[in-house]
Design a binder for this molecule. Structure first.
Ligand code: NIG
Ligand code: FE
Length: 391
């Protein structure tokens, strides 16, 4: 069906008055009172939205959705007090998923990815970023990027692929690996990914190594966002400054000077991952409190992955953020998973509800905006609309 009128919601996020919406094909064609929309489009199918709040589809800008295997055993080791980085150091963590990915075929990665993407759409995610990063060596990283590319062509959810340099593979000489990433992988993988990411952390990649690879990635035309300041502050924020990064993610350790640098840099977004913090039982909390004067550049994301965050549910992420960060503005919680990440990723056609924008919408069974985080643990998603299609 190509024309739909969504009639009489309680509220439409970002609109002063509750308005009905006319959707033509994949676009919000007009907003207004229902009679005027019916006059414009008498044959449109009418969906009764009474009792709902309409918000834009979620944009989840940091995920590791393509992988194989699972690591529930590590969750309980961490619960018992074993640190995330210690498990990694001992050859577990990311390396366990790397083993599973090496054993999986490209088809199996696509199949697993499809399963989780179907679920993502049910949970209201209409645009998603997906990182590679569990292949590590050339062939397996390429296998992951090809799997992501296939999902991008076949799935309704819009996918933004990222090449992630996640760790040095076990048993490989560090310098040999860094050379291969710089000389072969970064240039060759550009055709599969517009974005480049690296895990800057003690025992993973240093600032100097990050600087070298990010410089190369920039020269090849990638946009930059990276994992930093999760457990240790190695100077990732200044690296982001020097490299002209678009976003930095985790930020559980953040000095005042670095927070001020982020505030001053209008092109730099801060991505917080509350479920990953919670599920690695971090002693720290993402320092969103230091960035409250730049609400338009605060982002929340699921960080969905088989290790630190087996969570693919934006409403749950919002609730975790509310609890961890004490965010007192419900509008900020919604924007940090819709308009803010859409703008950060460079999309001008989504993340807000207005005539001319993409018809990526969620009809939520709540009375008002405040009830979205309040009732976030209930099945409040009545209807997901992606590109004007009902799911
Ligand atoms: O964002 N911190 C690094 N990378 C991921 C976790 C990856 C994994 O544990 O498999 C993260 O937390
Ligand atoms: Fe991550």
């Amino acid at each position: 069906m190509s024309e739909i009128i969504i009639k009489n919601p309680n509220e439409v996020f970002g609109c002063a008055e509750a308005q009905s919406l006319l959707i033509k094909k994949d676009i919000i064609h007009a907003t207004g009172n229902v009679e005027s929309l019916i006059a414009q489009s008498p044959d449109a199918e009418i969906i009764d939205a009474e009792g709902t709040v309409i918000i834009p589809g979620f944009v989840d800008c940091h995920t590791h959705l393509v992988f194989a295997g699972s690591r529930e055993n590590e969750l309980f080791k961490r619960a018992a007090g074993r640190p995330y980085l210690e498990i990694l150091e001992a050859g577990g963590g990311i390396h366990n998923t790397v083993k599973a990915v090496h054993q999986a075929t490209e088809d199996e990665l696509v199949e697993n990815g499809r399963h989780f993407l179907d679920y993502a759409l049910k949970m209201g995610i209409t645009t998603i970023e997906i990182k590679s990063g569990y292949g590590l060596d050339y062939d397996n990283e390429l296998k992951m990027l090809k799997a992501i590319a296939r999902l991008k062509t076949e799935h309704a959810v819009d996918i933004v692929p990222t090449y992630l340099v996640h760790s040095v593979p076990k048993g490989v000489d560090r310098n040999t690996y860094l050379d291969e990433v710089a000389d072969r992988m970064i240039p060759d993988f550009k055709q599969y990914a517009q974005w480049f990411d690296i895990f800057i952390e003690k025992g993973v990649f240093s600032i100097e190594e990050g600087e070298r690879l990010i410089k190369k990635a920039k020269a090849e035309g990638y946009k930059i966002g990276f994992h930093t300041n999760q457990v240790n502050d190695l100077g990732g924020v200044m690296l982001a400054e020097r490299m002209g990064a678009t976003h930095i993610d985790h930020l559980e350790t953040l000095s005042d000077a670095d927070a001020n640098a982020i505030i001053k840099n209008k092109d730099l977004y801060a991505v917080f991952l509350p479920t990953a913090e919670g599920l690695v039982f971090s002693e720290h909390t993402g320092r969103i409190d230091k960035l409250m004067e730049i609400p338009e550049r605060i982002i929340l994301s699921s960080d969905f992955n088989p290790g630190s965050s087996p969570v693919l549910n934006p409403l749950f992420v919002m609730k975790a953020a509310l609890m961890r960060y004490r965010i007192s503005d419900p509008h900020l919680l919604v924007r940090s998973m819709t308009s803010n990440p859409a703008r950060m990723l460079g999309f001008t056609d989504r993340g807000v509800i207005a005539a001319g924008k993409k018809a990526d919408l969620l009809l939520l069974d709540v009375k008002n905006i405040e009830q979205i985080p309040y009732y976030a643990s209930f099945p409040i998603i009545r209807q997901v609309i992606k590109n004007g299609e009902l799911y």
